[in-house]
Design a protein around this ligand. Structure first.
Ligand SMILES: NC(=O)c1ccc[n+]([C@@H]2O[C@H](COP(=O)([O-])OP(=O)(O)OC[C@H]3O[C@@H](n4cnc5c(N)ncnc54)[C@H](OP(=O)(O)O)[C@@H]3O)[C@@H](O)[C@H]2O)c1
Length: 342
């Protein structure tokens, strides 16, 4: 891979820090590395490959043409403000917020599913929501041969999906609750310790939350299949790391579960852990800290011809965010679509 100067906006966040670990672990060639955040973090330092990097405050003047790759990992509003500025300076921008995911001029890419969409980027590439990626990776190989008609999915999402403060919040709430106190941390819509909260993000007028609509709209965009009917229910649970989901999918033709397992396992990064006789299936603890999308409980849906049901788990910070971003960079480099002005 070519060497690039990389700038991370959100370098102190839970995803930004994981991304740094991955750069180290994968030995990615990096020229100059800059870490940006808010004024709160400016001046703090981070060690990277024996170098001390000082966090800088992000401002509209932060970006220059020699920031070859800018990874926006802060918030939707920060992405909307800084994404176009960095793009106009000639940087290759990857955004992991929802700011540009449904923009028709911005590809939304899972390298194992739709790498070819990188070829038409216009400076900004978007990264799917952390629940969309695993669901689409598991379904895509079957869908290519036997089109999806409908998906009904319920998620069980870890607090890490809402950032570093939410991880601390669950820990504090749990300690307080074990001592008999209810002390909501305010990091979720309700107290989360020992609870389950069926609201992630805000509701729209139809009664779905934005998180649920993201899963539906993004899956259709990545698969280039605007007609798939998708209904999601997204639930936050008191797990630190690892998002789970129960997926029900209806295909044009009946799907043999054994065949489905084989097809899913052809996707790099999808690992099937599915042996009911041995009570084998994945849990969030199996996913935490690794890059795989884990699939189990694959079975024929008893209620619908063409129906297939399965359970799927992945670490939202890894394949749901940092890993996918790094793979997008690697794939874009292979395709020669990262233009360097300087
Ligand atoms: N967590 C996940 O599993 C996950 C998965 C997929 C996508 N994402 C997306 O990734 C992004 C980062 O999420 P996270 O979970 O890493 O959050 P986080 O742990 O709360 O970190 C947020 C980071 O963004 C910085 N930041 C916030 N507002 C900023 C602004 N206006 N300008 C510059 N920097 C700003 C923060 O800086 P300070 O330290 O100075 O506050 C911090 O470095 C979000 O867009 C999120 O939707 C997260």
């Amino acid at each position: 891979m070519n060497e690039y100067n990389i700038t991370i906006v959100g370098g102190t966040g839970i995803v930004g820090r994981e991304f740094l670990k991955l750069l180290e672990a994968r030995n990615t060639p990096v020229g100059r590395l800059r870490l940006l955040a808010t004024a709160r973090s400016a001046g703090k330092t981070v060690e990277f490959r024996g170098q001390t990097i000082t966090i800088e405050e992000t401002t509209p003047e932060s970006f220059t043409a020699d920031d070859h790759i800018v990874f926006l990992s802060a918030s939707g509003s920060a992405s909307k403000e800084y994404g176009p500025i960095a793009r106009d300076k000639g940087c290759f921008v990857i955004d992991d917020s929802s700011a540009f995911r449904m923009d028709p001029e911005v590809p939304l890419v899972i390298p194992e599913v739709n790498p070819e969409d990188l070829d038409w980027h216009r400076g900004i590439v978007s990264q799917p929501n952390c629940t969309t990626t695993p669901m689409v990776m598991a379904l895509a190989p079957i869908h290519r041969e036997n089109p999806l008609r409908r998906i009904v999915v319920s998620t069980y999402q870890a607090v890490a999906g809402s950032g570093a403060a939410a991880v601390d919040g669950l820990e504090a709430e749990t300690r307080a609750a074990l001592e008999g106190r209810h002390e909501p941390s305010g990091t979720q819509k309700r107290e989360i310790a020992f609870n389950a909260v069926p609201q992630i993000d805000v509701f729209d007028e139809g009664g779905y939350t934005k998180e649920e609509l993201k899963m539906a709209n993004e899956a259709r965009k990545i698969l280039h299949a605007p007609d798939i009917g998708i209904s999601a229910t997204c639930v936050r649970i008191p797990t630190f790391f690892g998002h789970s989901m129960s997926v029900w999918a209806e295909f044009a033709e009946a799907v043999d579960p054994a065949e489905a397992r084989k097809q899913m396992a052809t996707v790099p990064g999808v690992r099937v852990m599915d042996d009911p006789a041995a009570e084998e299936y994945p849990t969030p603890m199996d996913a935490a800290g690794n890059d795989d999308v884990l699939v189990g409980r694959v079975r024929t849906d008893a209620s619908t011809p063409g129906g297939l049901t399965f359970w799927c788990v992945t670490d939202s910070i890894r394949k749901g965010a940092a890993t996918n971003v790094l793979q997008v960079i690697e794939e874009a480099d292979r395709r020669g679509v990262i233009q360097r002005k300087v």
